[in-house]
Design a protein around this ligand. Structure first.
Ligand code: ATP
Ligand code: MG
Length: 253
């Protein structure tokens, strides 16, 4: 019998916490290991579509048409330049899905219903920041959530509010998965030492993950090399890829 697809959503309520960066490099890492992976760009800012160099044309189907059932889900899937890696892209028009989802019955479950039978081993969804119908349907589609958060005081506040939003969706029965990992983003090392701000944030993340039985991954260090690799479309050097190697084991067990 075929293995059930693992649906993973990368989410955090605040902007700039490392969601798209995580979805991008984790997708590359899974595909490199031979795992057939689909990226879904759940953000109208569509950074993942740009990072992933989606080959679709402007008038071709995207996540919006998949959500509104104007096309079959597979018709909005495109092969990327990387082996084993596919993308369901988005553009600004995805904002229109908010009204559609608000009027749909169980709008939070729409994305799950549409994608659950797609022929992939892992589906990796990048969500938009903030609470919205679109963000909720991306969260509730998932078996597992990954939460990247900046290693500073903004990250602490963001982690708390993100976990609260997930609790709300769990309590009303819309989210049935689990938070699988918290990923410290932009861990700031100066010389050989971690800054006080990052140290404080990491010790808070340790407490929260222990209390809630969530994995805390190796941090993503603050470095221009990540942006350079995204711009060049290349794999990370091994020393920077550690977080994503760990995450492949979290999402594909
Ligand atoms: P949004 O909520 O706006 O979608 P996001 O959570 O997806 O943001 P990213 O886009 O992944 O966050 O990252 C925010 C910014 O940090 C980007 O400009 C990205 O290029 C940059 N960046 C990515 N990785 C690193 C890193 N390791 N160190 C420093 N900056 C980084
Ligand atoms: Mg993003």
């Amino acid at each position: 019998m075929n293995r059930k697809v693992q649906i993973i959503t990368v989410t955090s309520l605040s902007g700039g916490q490392g969601k798209t960066t995580t979805a991008f490099f984790l997708g590359l890492s899974l595909a490199k290991r031979g795992i057939k992976t689909l990226w879904i760009d759940g953000d109208p800012q569509h950074n993942l579509t740009l990072y992933g160099r989606s080959p679709h044309k402007d008038d071709e189907p995207t996540l919006l048409e998949c959500l509104t059932a104007s096309v079959k889900p597979i018709e909005a899937v495109y092969k990327t330049q990387w082996e084993n890696l596919y993308i369901m892209p988005s553009d600004r028009a995805l904002e229109q899905s908010q009204t559609f989802l608000a009027n749909a019955s169980m709008g939070e479950r729409v994305l799950h219903r549409r994608i659950k039978d797609l022929p992939f081993e892992v589906i990796l969804i990048d969500s938009q920041p903030g609470r919205s119908q679109l963000c909720s349907t991306c969260i509730c589609a998932a078996d597992k959530l990954l939460i990247p958060v900046e290693s500073n005081s903004k990250g602490l506040v963001c982690l708390q509010s993100t976990l609260e939003a997930i609790d709300d969706l769990t309590e009303c029965g819309a989210f049935t998965g689990k938070v699988a990992a918290i990923i410290p983003f932009r861990d700031t090392i100066r010389g050989i030492n971690r800054t006080k701000i990052s140290s404080k944030a990491l010790s808070y993340f340790e407490t929260v993950t222990k209390e809630n039985d969530i994995k805390l991954t190796a941090s993503i260090v603050d470095s221009e090399k990540f942006k350079q690799a995204i711009d060049a479309g290349t794999y990370l050097p091994d020393d920077l890829d550690r977080t994503f190697t760990q995450l492949t084991e979290v999402v594909y067990v």
